[in-house]
Design a protein around this ligand. Structure first.
Ligand SMILES: *Cc1c(COP(=O)(O)O)cnc(C)c1O
Length: 401
């Protein structure tokens, strides 16, 4: 049977304690035990269904985790206070002193900075490679390597990772494949293709309201329990716990993710096709001209499309800035970082979200100055948006081929 992540989410039913159609929100940091013995057993991790303390888990966090595990097709999931809270806990759980990571070089700036500047404190080294070249990926593996890390669709260059091939390499070397799927929820289900751990920043498409930060780690029950082990779990000990109220609100927003993703994808595809026809330098995985187009097509849950992210290179930072200010003035979107909002968001990654990456390296990976990253919104009339945007492009004298 076909794996449809949105159906899996829909099949989960939770009622409130008075029959409410939404589950009750757990409003407690700590929980009583009827017997002292049960409290001891819970500390030892031997009691299913008992709550101890909300940094460990809470009913609201478990509901959201269960829904996200269903979406990714994993046994379990732990929600975290942010996407970075998920990424840092996973990497510190899987790697110890002297270990090594092979990572895609085009990743979220914060993840890059963590690997490059922070993990060396623990003598954990990272080799950054071109993830679209499996031979280079495999060649970077050393006896100390524990993890291959990539984004299913990368930030900001929208490179597409071959999850099956990377998973095969990981199996061969006995290491773990960790995939950040923030750019392609529902579109791509990495665990179904062999990823061991799937991470999301819930801050983006999944919550979709730009009103909070959050994250999730989806993986095996064994791994998720290990992360929250009271003695040596990186999730438990680093303490990036999601608040229960927030877990409840994100779960409600998750209910409309499938509708939103279809609309984000439909609008992004339309704009990408039009701007490409006009001769602009558009990068969108749904365009046959995109290097990863066929790979995306082979890996995707087709009804959700190619996602809401696209980039356009307008030649220089000055022009990018002028254009973004103009588009904001005409209410076509907001000049803001982040993604997955109902409104289109745009930013120049070279000077914002990817500024952690040194200039030479930005150049090498093809991250040019004039690149604008768009998170396309849920505009009802995308044709009107297109014609208004095009006027801005003409006023800003953006060159076309
Ligand atoms: C935003 C983002 C993160 C970090 O998530 P936060 O919720 O901001 O901590 C990680 N990976 C990707 C791809 C992102 O876009």
């Amino acid at each position: 049977m076909k794996f449809n992540p949105a159906d899996k989410i829909q099949d989960l039913q939770y009622f409130g304690e008075f029959g409410g159609v939404n589950p009750s929100i757990s409003d407690s940091s700590t929980y009583t035990f009827l017997s002292a013995k049960t409290m001891f057993d819970t500390f030892e991790g031997n009691t299913e269904g008992c709550y101890l303390y909300s940094r460990h888990s809470s009913p609201s966090n478990l509901y959201l985790g269960e829904a996200l595990a269903a979406m990714e097709g994993t046994e379990s999931a732990n929600v975290t206070a942010s996407g970075m809270g998920a990424i840092t806990a996973v990497l510190l759980q899987l790697c110890g002193t002297g270990d090594h990571i092979v990572s895609s070089r085009t990743i979220y700036g914060g993840t890059y900075a963590f690997m490059k500047n922070f993990l060396p404190r623990f003598e954990i080294g990272t080799s950054f490679v071109d993830i679209t070249d499996p031979e280079k990926v495999e060649a970077a593996i050393t006896p100390e390597t524990k993890v291959i890390f990539c984004e299913a669709v990368s930030n900001p260059l929208l490179e597409v990772a071959d999850i099956k091939e990377l998973s095969r390499i990981c199996r061969k070397h006995g290491i773990k494949l960790v995939v950040d799927n923030t750019f392609s929820p529902l579109n791509i289900a990495p665990a179904k293709m062999g990823a061991d751990v799937v991470i999301h920043s819930l801050t983006k498409f999944i919550n979709g309201a730009s009103d909070c930060v959050g994250g999730v780690v989806c993986g095996s029950t064994e791994f998720c329990l290990a992360l929250k082990d009271v003695n040596d779990g990186a999730g438990m000990l680093l303490g990036s716990t999601m608040d229960s109220l927030r877990a409840a609100s994100i779960l409600k927003n998750l209910r409309t993710l499938h509708i939103r993703m279809k609309k984000h994808s439909e609008n992004a595809l339309y704009l990408a096709q039009q701007f490409e026809k006009d001769g602009f330098k558009v990068v969108y995985p749904g365009l046959p001209s995109h290097k990863g187009h066929l790979l995306f097509k082979n890996q995707m849950n087709s009804e959700y499309g190619y996602g809401g992210m696209l980039t356009i290179d307008v030649g220089s930072l000055e022009r990018a800035n002028e254009l973004m200010e103009m588009m904001q003035e005409r209410n076509l979107g907001y000049l803001a970082v982040s993604l997955g909002f109902y409104k289109t968001l745009f930013s120049a990654p070279g000077t914002s979200t990817s500024s952690e990456i040194p200039l030479e390296e930005q150049e090498e990976m093809g991250l040019s100055d004039g690149l604008i990253r768009f998170s396309i919104g849920l505009d009802n009339d995308i044709e009107r948006t297109y014609s208004e945007m095009k006027k801005c492009f003409q006023t800003a004298h953006v060159a076309s081929n």
